[in-house]
Design a binder for this molecule. Structure first.
Ligand code: NAP
Length: 558
C-alpha cells in the first residue's frame, strides 16, 4: 500500500517516541516477533526525557544499577555505571549504547513528529501523519511518549519583553550554558529546580529563586560506585531485578520497620537518621503508615523540617523552605545534593511567591509585589503537562471520529493504563491508570512493553486483527484506580499527579497507586484469562479487512 506518494509506508507497528520505552518496544516487536516497525522520534537522538532534560545537575533519583534495562543479561553485565545516581549525560550515553548495540537506529525516523493518527475501521489499521508530510499505515500504534515530556511555562505577563536568554529545564540547549558572572532567576522548586539550583548558584554571580510551594527533599548521598559493589550487584542481578519487579515501587529499598505511630520515639528517629544518612528516596519507605495516616505522615514531615532548620542558617529562610501544605510523599519526593545548604550562600536569595504571585516579567527581570528583581537569565523549572499532555498533543482519533483528547476532557480513562475504549490497536506505554511515575520507570516500561509484545504475539497466533478495551472494564478499572488513590493521602496534594499544576486541567489522580508488583500480577492474570476486559476481533469476524491484511501475515492456523 502506498499512501504517501511514491514511497511504501506500511508497517505492522508504529511507535511514537525513542526513549527507553520506544527503544525496547522496537526491539521486542522487530527482533522477537519479526514485525516491520517504524519508530517516530521528534528529537535528533534517542533517550527521550534524558535527551531533553540537560539542565545543570540533571540526574536520576533511582540508583543507576537499577535504572537500567534488565531484558538483556549481557547488556546489564557489560555496562559500567560510575556513580550511585546516574547523571543525565551518563544515562544518555547508555541510551545511545543500547541503540547501537541492538542496531535500533535503522528503524527510527528522527527529527519527526507524529501530528495525528486516525483509526481506519474499514482497514483495521492506524493511519499516521507525521510533520514531514508522510502518511503511513500500521496495524498497531504504540505511544511511548513519556509521562513528563510536554514542558510547560506559565503564561506570565510580559514574557516576550525579557531581553536576556530564557530556558526551560525540560528543553535545555544542547550546547553548554555558562552562568558565570550572571544574575540568574530560577522559577520553580520541584525536582528540576531543586537539582539545578545548587549548580547554578555555584556558577552565577547571583541567583534569585522564586518559590511558590516548598517541596520536601532528601539528600541523595551520591558517590562514585565501587568496583566490588558493582560486581556484587551484577552477581545477584537476577534475584534483585525480580524483587524490584514485584515490589511496590520497582526499586529495592530497605523494608519498613513497622507503623511509626506504634514505635517509640527513639526507634523512629534512629530509623529516619539512618535512612537520611544513607540517602535517597528509600527514606520514604521507613514506615508502613505514612502514606495513609496523616498523623503518621506528620512525624516524618516534621523530621524533614527539623533537618531544614538544622541545615539552613537563617531561620526566616528555613521557615520559607518548610513544606506545610501537603503530606510528605504526596508530591514526588525530591532527591538532592546540597539543596537546602545552597540557601546559606551569600549569592542566593529566596523569594516566596506564594502569597504574592509573580506580577509580570519585564525587559529587566521578574516583578513580585511591585518590586523588580533584575536578572540576566531566567530558568523556568516550571514542570510539565504531565501524563496526558504528550498524548493529547497528538490528534488521536478513534472509532466514530472520537478524539482521545475529547474523550479525556474530564480526565483520562483507560483500561489498565494501557488501552482506551474506542481506540483499537492503540497501546500506551505507562499511561494514566498504570503505576508509571510512582515507580522506577525502567521497571514499569519493561513490564508494559513485554505485556504489549506478548499480546501482539498472541493476536497474531490467534488471527486477532483488532484489540479494544471494553468500556465496562475501563470504567471498573477507573473506579479501582480512584478507590486505591483515595485510600492514601496522595489526593491531598495539589500535585501534577492530580493535574493541579495546569490551570483548567481536570483534577484526577492519574497514576495507579496499587504498586508495580500487584499491578504486574493483575496484568498477567488478564492475559492468562484470554485478555479479559478486551474485545478481540478475529479476521473471520470482519467482512472486509482490506489489503492491509495481505501485508500483515498471520500464521496459517489462525
Ligand atoms: P514540578 O515538580 O511540576 O515543579 C514545577 C515548579 O514550578 C513547582 O515548584 C511549581 O510550584 C512551580 N511553578 C509552576 N508554575 C508557577 C508559577 N506560575 N509561579 C511560580 N512557580 C510556579 O516540575 P519538575 O521540577 O520539572 O519535576 C516534574 C517531575 O519530573 C518530578 O516530580 C519528577 O517525577 C520528574 N523529575 C525527576 C527527576 C529525577 O529523577 N531526579 C528530576 C527532575 C524531574 P507549585 O508547586 O506551587 O505548583
Amino acid at each position: 500500500m502506498n499512501v504517501s506518494g511514491g514511497q511504501a509506508t506500511d508497517f505492522d507497528a508504529m511507535i511514537v517516541g525513542a526513549g527507553f520505552a520506544g527503544m525496547y518496544m522496537l526491539k521486542r516487536l522487530r527482533d522477537d516477533l519479526g514485525l516491520r516497525v517504524r519508530v517516530v522520534e521528534r528529537g535528533e537522538g534517542v533517550g527521550g526525557t534524558w535527551y531533553w532534560n540537560r539542565y545543570p545537575g540533571a540526574r536520576c533519583d533511582v540508583e543507576s544499577l537499577f535504572y537500567s534495562y534488565s531484558f538483556s543479561p549481557e547488556l546489564q553485565q557489560e555496562w559500567e555505571w560510575t556513580e550511585r545516581y546516574p547523571t543525565q549525560p551518563e544515562i544518555l550515553r547508555y541510551a545511545n549504547h543500547v541503540a547501537d548495540r541492538f542496531d535500533l537506529r535503522a528503524d527510527i525516523a528522527f527529527s519527526t513528529s507524529v501530528d495525528s493518527a486516525r483509526y481506519d475501521e474499514a482497514r483495521e489499521c492506524w493511519v499516521v501523519s507525521t510533520d514531514d508530510g508522510a502518511v503511513s499505515t500500521a496495524r498497531y500504534l504504540i505511544t511511548a511518549v513519556g509521562c513528563l515530556s510536554a514542558s510547560r511555562v506559565p503564561d506570565f505577563e510580559g514574557m516576550d519583553t525579557f531581553r536576556g536568554p530564557t530556558y526551560h529545564t525540560g528543553q535545555w540547549p544542547h550546547e553548554s550554558v555558562d552562568f558565570t558572572g550572571r544574575r540568574v532567576a530560577v522559577i520553580g522548586t520541584g525536582s528540576s529546580g531543586i537539582q539545578s539550583i545548587p549548580q547554578i548558584a555555584a556558577q552565577a554571580a547571583h541567583l534569585t529563586v522564586f518559590q511558590r510551594t516548598p517541596n520536601f527533599s532528601v539528600p541523595a548521598v551520591n558517590r562514585p560506585l565501587k568496583a566490588d559493589e558493582i560486581e556484587q550487584t551484577k552477581s545477584e542481578y537476577d534475584q534483585l531485578r525480580q524483587a524490584a519487579r514485584m515490589s511496590p515501587s520497582g526499586t529495592n529499598p530497605a523494608d519498613p520497620i513497622g507503623h511509626v505511630l506504634e514505635l517509640p520515639d527513639e526507634v523512629r528517629t534512629r530509623e529516619m537518621n539512618q535512612r537520611w544518612d544513607y540517602g535517597g528516596a528509600g527514606f520514604m519507605s521507613a514506615f508502613l503508615d505514612t502514606a495513609v495516616n496523616p498523623e503518621a505522615n506528620e512525624v516524618v514531615a516534621e523530621y524533614v523540617r527539623d533537618r531544614i532548620r538544622e541545615i539552613v542558617g537563617r531561620p526566616e529562610v528555613a521557615e520559607l523552605l518548610m513544606p506545610r501544605d501537603h503530606p510528605i510523599g504526596t508530591k514526588r519526593i525530591c532527591v538532592d545534593t546540597d539543596y537546602y545548604a545552597t540557601y546559606n550562600r551569600d549569592n542566593v536569595t529566596l523569594i516566596s511567591v506564594r502569597e504574592t504571585p509573580i506580577d509580570r516579567i519585564t525587559e529587566h527581570g521578574v516583578v513580585v509585589a511591585g518590586e523588580l528583581y533584575e536578572v540576566d537569565d531566567i530558568v523556568f523549572a516550571t514542570g510539565f503537562d504531565a501524563m496526558t499532555g504528550p498524548l493529547n498533543a497528538i490528534a488521536l482519533q478513534g472509532v466514530d471520529g472520537v478524539m482521545l483528547r475529547d474523550k479525556w476532557i474530564a480526565g483520562p480513562r483507560t483500561y489498565l493504563g494501557i488501552a482506551s475504549a474506542g481506540f483499537p490497536n492503540l497501546f500506551m506505554i505507562t499511561a494514566p491508570g498504570s503505576p508509571s511515575v510512582l515507580s522506577n520507570m525502567m521497571v514499569s516500561i519493561e513490564q508494559h512493553v513485554d505485556w504489549v509484545a506478548d499480546h501482539i504475539a498472541y493476536a497474531r497466533e490467534h488471527g486477532i486483527i483488532r484489540t479494544e478495551a471494553d468500556p465496562a472494564a475501563e470504567e471498573t478499572w477507573g473506579d479501582h484506580v480512584n478507590e486505591v488513590a483515595n485510600m492514601t493521602l496522595y489526593p491531598r496534594a495539589a500535585s501534577w499527579y492530580m493535574g493541579a499544576n495546569i490551570p483548567g486541567k481536570p483534577r484526577v489522580f492519574m497514576p495507579y497507586v496499587g504498586g508495580v508488583g500487584a499491578y504486574r500480577t493483575l496484568c498477567d492474570e488478564v492475559a492468562r484469562d484470554g485478555y479479559r476486559g478486551f474485545n478481540l476481533t478475529t479476521r473471520n469476524d470482519v467482512s472486509a479487512a482490506g489489503d492491509i491484511d495481505a501485508k500483515t501475515p498471520v500464521p496459517a492456523d489462525s
